[in-house]
Each structure stands twice: as structure tokens, then as C-alpha cells.
Ligand binder design. Structure first.
Ligand code: AVI
Length: 339
């Protein structure tokens, strides 16, 4: 059974919004703005200083992330797409055709296009925190799939949220590509998978992309590209704070640093102050020593057994895993056994 947390009660969702294409309904759970100030001030007051990776995805950040996915150094996207193209029919057989299909962190909804024709979902629910990006992606998708019912949902999937569908449903399908789960601490990732299990119900199936452990050089190149797109993506978070929290970060005084933390099995992404910085953020002052870092993001890499163990802790049993020939990336079909 889906629990009440996950069951529809669309009191805080507004639909449809003007300007959306036929076939698209837009639901807005109004994620984050109320919490932004408190969250940022708490993160900058902690030792070491931190900012949530969620903050990376304003409109420009989402565009920059899309540009990252096309970089030669950033292997995850093209590798995952290759796996989806090679095994899409089999994936659709396992996920089940004609179901309600949700996608967590749908971004530009590009990968789902590979599966949509085979899956023929009753309703496709792309869920993303980046409002305008979500709207544009849903409209573009509707042009390519005019018969598809799209319930675009602007929500922060890292906290409980409601699905914009009526009634008690079980056995839904979910798609969570891109190894975005790697941006959560393992315990948070388990809790998130547990919430996904409740959303899709017993018998529901999740198709999830997971980046695999590999050599340090390949990993570090993927998070520090020659063209500086990753740097621009990470530095954009300071520009966002300047704009939205009346901060005065000098962007030229920070550099982005990415490295692989072998002991923890994760890429770490930081912003480092090149000289001492005194910064105002939402009326509070913060001092960064020269060389001090703000920890912005982790990207955990798993092996297959380790990921299955994590998923088992959230009530999932593995049904199938696909990888590319170089075992860079994996896509898993998991079934909810208990939630
Ligand atoms: C969204 N996420 C899976 C990306 C990753 O690979 O962890 C975010 C990213 N950060 C820097 N480059 C890409």
C-alpha cells in the first residue's frame, strides 16, 4: 500500500498553468524558496562550510549541467544512453507497459524518450526542482509525443512530496537515471529509495542508473573538464546566492576543485577561496580564509553488489542489471517487495 505521505492530496498543487501545451498539465509543489535562506546560512556557518548540491540547479545551472552531459570527459550520460538504446525493449517488458510512469530529476526528459515508445505509459510524471526547465522540457516532449498525458511536477524529490494522480495506486513504474542518487549520502539515498518504494507501491518497478567505481583518472577528468563547463556549473551557485540572497561573492576569487576520495568511494566537489574573503549573505557576514573550501557536492560511485545492498535496505529486490562493455555505468531494474 502507498502510505498517506505519498498518496495524492493535491491541496498545494496548482494546475493547469497557462501557456502549457495540450497534453501537459503543470503541478507546482513550490519547492525550496522558503528554506533557501535558512539552509544556506546553516551550511555556511558549519565547519567545514557546505552548500547543498540542490542549489546548483537554477535555470542557468540546469543549462550548464546539460552542457556537461555532452562533454567528452563526462562519460556517464552517453554510456547510460547507450545501455538504454541497447536494452530498451527488455527494460519496457520488465517495467510494464501502460502504467503510470514517474521520472525523478527529469531535467530535459531526453533519456525517457528512448523508452517512451516502448513503455506507452498511461501518464508520464516528470518531477524536477527546476521550474522553467521542467516546463520547457514537458512542452518539447509533448511536441514529439502528442498523445502522451504529461503531468509535469515541480517538486524537490529529496523530501516527501505528493504525486498528482487520483486514488490509491500500486505497481507504478519509476525511472531515476543519471546516477543522481550518487549525489546523496548513502543513508539519505536509502531513505530516498524507501520513499520511491512507497510512491510506486509493492510490485512497482524502478529503473535506476548507477555510476560504477573505476580508475581515479577517468573519474577526476569527468568532474574537471578542459573547457571549464564544470567550473562554470559549480561557480554558478555563488552567482545564484548573489542574486537570490543579496550575497556579494566575488566569483573571480573562487576556484572549483574536484577529486576522488578513495576511502569514501566518491568524487568531492568544492569551491576554494583564492584569498581571504569577507562575504555578506542575506544580511550575515562570513569569513573564508585563503584556501578555505565550501563543500558543494559528492558523487558516490558504487559496485553492483554494494548498490543492491543499499536498495535492499529500502525494500527493493534486484531483477536485472545491464552495463556497458567497459563496465563504466549500470542500469538496474528493481522491484518493490515491501514498503
Ligand atoms: C546530477 N549528477 C548525477 C551529476 C554527477 O555526476 O554527480 C552532477 C555533476 N556534478 C558535476 N558534474 C556533474
Amino acid at each position: 500500500m502507498m502510505n498517506t505521505e505519498a498518496t495524492l492530496a493535491p491541496s498545494n498543487l496548482h494546475s493547469p498553468r497557462p501557456g502549457v501545451a495540450p497534453g501537459v498539465r503543470f503541478f507546482d509543489a513550490h519547492p525550496t524558496p522558503d528554506d533557501l535562506r535558512a539552509e544556506v546560512l546553516a551550511g555556511l556557518s558549519s565547519m567545514p562550510k557546505r552548500l547543498s548540491p540542490k542549489l546548483l540547479y537554477d535555470e542557468r545551472g540546469s543549462q550548464l549541467f546539460d552542457a556537461i552531459t555532452e562533454l567528452p570527459e563526462y562519460y556517464p550520460t552517453r554510456t547510460e544512453i547507450g545501455i538504454l538504446c541497447d536494452h530498451g525493449e527488455e527494460m519496457a517488458d520488465l517495467l510494464g507497459r501502460g502504467r503510470v510512469l514517474l521520472e525523478l530529476g527529469s531535467g530535459s526528459s531526453l533519456k525517457i524518450r528512448i523508452l517512451l515508445a516502448a513503455l506507452e505509459p498511461e501518464i508520464y510524471i516528470p518531477i524536477d526542482i527546476s521550474r522553467e526547465h521542467l516546463r520547457a522540457s514537458a512542452e518539447s516532449l509533448a511536441e514529439h509525443f502528442p498523445a502522451l498525458a504529461i503531468h509535469a511536477t515541480c517538486a524537490d524529490y529529496s523530501v516527501p512530496f505528493e504525486l498528482p494522480i487520483e486514488g490509491d495506486r500500486e505497481g507504478l513504474a519509476a525511472f531515476f537515471p543519471g546516477s543522481s542518487i550518487g549525489n546523496f549520502e548513502p543513508e539519505e539515498a536509502r531513505a530516498l529509495l524507501g520513499r520511491v518504494a512507497k510512491l510506486i507501491g509493492v510490485g512497482g518497478r524502478l529503473l535506476v542508473g548507477i555510476d560504477l567505481q573505476k580508475d581515479r583518472a577517468t573519474l577526476e577528468r569527468a568532474y574537471d573538464d578542459d573547457r571549464g563547463v564544470t567550473s562554470a556549473f559549480i561557480l554558478n551557485v555563488l552567482e545564484r546566492l548573489n542574486r537570490e540572497l543579496m550575497a556579494d561573492f566575488d566569483l573571480k576569487a573562487f576556484v572549483h576543485r574536484s577529486f576522488y576520495n578513495d576511502a569514501l568511494g566518491r568524487i568531492e566537489v568544492h569551491l576554494e577561496a583564492l584569498s581571504e574573503q569577507r562575504v555578506q549573505v542575506a544580511g550575515e557576514q562570513f569569513v573564508l580564509a585563503a584556501g578555505e573550501r565550501i563543500h558543494v557536492e559528492n558523487s558516490y560511485k558504487y559496485d553492483i553488489a554494494g548498490f543492491h545492498q543499499l536498495a535492499a535496505g529500502a525494500g527493493f529486490v534486484p531483477e536485472r542489471v545491464w552495463t556497458d562493455p567497459h563496465r563504466l555505468f549500470s542500469v538496474h531494474c528493481l522491484r518493490v517487495e515491501a514498503c
